[in-house]
Design a protein around this ligand. Structure first.
Ligand code: UDP
Ligand code: MG
Length: 317
């Protein structure tokens, strides 16, 4: 019995928290995490990834580290994005499990003990599903819903609607993740794809504590395209099908042209010619764009650049 408690006690939980201009939120989050972690008896570390913040985020982290030695930071040389910040965290921390969450308190710290309980039950990966909530702006809810519909229809993996980057990963999942060398990361998809014993829990997101969302519409569209093109070649097939269907129409139209020629009505074709040219022009550009997206991915991957550059860190090792 005593032996069992000591093994539980010696397990460590490593939190990784990307933070881009979150100076007001950090100390509140730390306070809340301390509150929920103390009763669990686990040893824990909090590693913040300062993703090119232009405010006092890094200084706040240094000050917090002086008060509480289990707080660490990794500071990037510039903004590399949320997904790369998560990767940096996964690459750098120790711990028998890793919990990743946002710095803005939208991922409720009260849920952490539930994640840990599922881990205790033997799950290697505990993910969370964000429930629809009036606190999240309508436009964000709708675009997010659309995103999951598109991604599930187009790709070869099945993502639950509202899957969030708030999850617990056992050490063996983290080690497996570190083997993945992809420049264009889409964590939600990758984690699902990795397998292991997974379970999900639902939560209602809180309102952002302070500051503004860093996911602008432009970034969200980019993120969605990244998700789709990371997990599927279906859009490439779709492009070919579309091309085929329209060529078929063109052939049918050709018979109409020949017919008009022989019946002497050939002058009255201006409108339809312009319509056809612009329509096919647009279609070709779209299909070229799809192909270009994949080619661009190959290009970026082939350069083999690191996903992020660390400017400074206080992590040991
Ligand atoms: N974030 C980051 N780099 C970025 C954008 C966001 O590290 O380029 C962090 C941000 O500080 C927050 C989390 O990722 O902790 C989620 O971002 P945000 O709250 O802006 O997104 P939303 O919740 O609105 O989708
Ligand atoms: Mg947020």
């Amino acid at each position: 019995m005593i032996l069992e408690t000591t093994t539980i006690m010696s397990k460590t939980v490593a939190f990784i928290i990307p933070a881009c201009n979150e100076q007001e939120n950090i100390s509140i989050l730390i306070h809340k995490l301390n509150e929920v972690m103390e009763p669990t008896g686990y040893a824990y570390t909090l590693t913040f990834i300062d993703d090119g913040s232009t405010d006092q985020t890094l200084n706040v982290l240094k000050a917090q580290n002086a008060i509480q030695p289990n707080i660490f930071y990794i500071s990037f040389s510039r903004n590399f994005g949320h997904q790369n910040a998560l990767k940096a965290g996964l690459d750098s921390v120790n711990g028998d499990c890793v919990i990743m969450m946002d710095a803005d308190l939208q991922h409720p710290p009260e849920l952490v003990p539930v994640l840990l309980q599922k881990w205790d039950e033997g799950f290697d990966l505990v993910y969370t599903i964000r429930k629809e909530d009036a606190k999240i702006p309508l436009i964000k809810r709708k675009t997010s819903k659309l995103f999951y519909e598109i991604i599930n229809n187009l790709s070869d993996i099945e993502l639950e609607e509202g899957a969030a980057d708030f999850r617990l990963m056992d050490r063996k999942v983290v080690d497996a993740f570190k083997q993945i060398k992809e420049s264009d990361l889409f964590l939600r998809g990758l984690v699902k794809w990795m397998g292991f014993s997974q379970t999900g829990i639902e939560y209602y997101p809180a309102k952002r504590n302070s500051g503004e969302s860093k996911y602008t519409i432009k970034k969200m569209v980019r993120f969605a395209l990244q998700g789709i093109t990371s997990f599927s070649t279906k859009p490439l097939y779709m492009a070919s099908y579309l091309g085929f269907i329209f060529s078929l129409f063109a052939v049918l139209y050709m018979t109409y042209i020949v017919y008009s020629y022989y019946t002497g009505q050939t002058v009255s074709g201006w409108a339809s010619v312009i319509a056809t040219i612009t329509f096919f022009g647009g279609l070709q550009l779209m299909i070229l764009g799809i192909i270009g997206l994949y080619l661009g991915k190959l290009f970026v991957q082939s350069k083999n650049r690191p996903n992020y550059i660390i400017k400074e860190t206080n992590l040991p090792g």
